[in-house]
Design a protein around this ligand. Structure first.
Ligand code: ZN
Length: 292
C-alpha cells in the first residue's frame, strides 16, 4: 500500500487513482496522516478487503512534480542520517570504508513534501539520493535478523547539503549544513514494507535537468538497512515515525572534476525502484544565508 499526504489528507495511491481514506471509509479512518500512520496495519487490512474506488483520477505518474503532495511524516521524533554508506561513494570521496555507521541528524524543520521547491542558501548546494526508512514501532536493542520487522515502510529522500556550510569549520557541521529549508524532501508517499521484498536491492538515481548524475543500487550499502536499524536501536529508542536517511551512492556534485553544484532553475528528480520519484526545482533563496 502507498500512503500519501495529498492536500493535507491521508490518501492511498492506487493504479487507478487516489483514494481519500476518510471519505472512502465513511469516517472510519481519519483524514489525519498521523492517525493513519498510527493504525497502518488496520488501514491496510481495510484497503485490501474493501477495494475502495478512487476519489480522484490522478495516477502515481501524474503526481511527479505535484506540490499538492506533502510529507507523510512531518514531525518525526528523530531523524537519523548516515554518511559514507555506499562503497563507491566512499571511494569517490577518497575515504576508507567506515568501520561503524557514521551517524548525524537532519533537523525536522527541513522536512518537506516530495515536490517542494529548493531554496539555495549558498553556491555549493549538492544532491544526495537516499533510501529513507520509516520506523513503525517503539524498539530498543533489535537484533539484525529481526530489525526489519520494526520498519513500517520506505520513502525516497534527498539529503540536500550545502557543502560550504557543511565543511566551513572544523569539526564539520553535517547536521546544520543539511538542515536548511526544504533540505529533506521525503516521499512521494510511504510504501509499506510488505511491498519491498529486499530494501537492499533497489535501483536508485538522481537526474539534473534530465542528465543522470547518480545511478546505483541500494545493494552497494556498506551497512544494510537491517544493520543500520539494529545499530541505531542499540543507542536510541526507535519510535514510530522516526526516519533513517541511509546514505547516498556515488555521483554527488562535490566529488566531480570540476565540482558541480545546483543553480537556480535546475530540476532534480530522485527515483528509487518501487518507491516512486521526487522532483525539486532549485530557486534563489529569498533570505540571506547564515550570518558570517
Ligand atoms: Zn546523505
Amino acid at each position: 500500500m502507498r500512503l500519501a499526504n495529498f492536500e493535507g489528507r491521508a490518501t492511498i495511491v492506487t493504479e487507478d487513482g487516489l483514494v481519500d481514506v476518510a471519505k472512502s471509509s465513511n469516517g472510519a479512518f481519519s483524514a489525519s496522516l498521523e492517525k493513519c500512520v498510527g493504525q497502518l496495519g488496520t488501514l491496510r487490512t481495510w484497503f485490501n478487503s474493501a477495494h475502495p474506488r478512487p476519489t480522484d483520477a490522478a495516477t502515481a505518474h501524474e503526481l511527479l512534480g505535484d506540490e499538492r503532495l506533502g510529507p507523510v511524516i512531518a514531525n518525526p521524533s528523530q531523524i537519523f542520517a548516515v554518511g559514507l554508506n555506499y562503497a563507491q561513494h566512499a571511494a569517490e570521496s577518497g575515504l576508507a570504508l567506515p568501520s561503524e555507521p557514521m551517524v548525524f541528524t537532519k533537523f525536522a524543520s527541513a522536512i518537506c513534501g516530495p515536490n517542494a521547491p529548493l531554496p539555495l542558501p549558498g553556491p555549493m548546494t549538492d544532491w544526495e539520493a537516499e533510501l529513507v526508512v520509516v520506523i513503525g514501532a517503539t524498539a530498543r536493542h533489535l537484533r539484525e535478523e529481526n530489525a526489519l520487522s520494526s520498519v513500517m515502510g520506505y520513502c525516497v529522500g534527498q539529503d540536500y547539503s550545502e557543502r560550504g556550510w557543511q565543511f566551513k569549520s572544523s569539526p564539520p557541521q553535517f547536521s546544520l549544513g543539511k538542515s536548511f529549508e526544504n533540505f529533506a524532501p521525503v516521499g512521494p508517499w510511504l510504501t509499506t514494507s510488505d511491498e519491498i521484498a529486499n530494501p537492499n536491492d533497489l535501483g536508485i538515481s538522481t537526474t539534473i535537468n534530465g542528465v543522470v548524475m547518480q545511478e546505483s543500487s541500494t545493494s552497494d550499502m556498506v551497512f544494510s538497512v537491517a544493520q543500520l536499524v539494529s545499530y541505531l536501536s542499540s543507542f536510541c529508542e526507535l519510535r514510530r515515525g522516526d526516519l533513517i536517511f541511509t546514505g547516498t551512492p556515488q555521483g554527488v556534485g562535490q566529488s566531480r572534476q570540476p565540482p558541480v553544484f545546483l543553480q537556480p532553475g535546475d530540476v532534480v528528480v530522485t527515483t528509487i525502484e518501487g518507491l516512486g520519484a521526487l522532483r525539486n526545482v532549485a530557486v534563489n533563496s529569498s533570505v540571506t544565508s547564515p550570518t558570517k
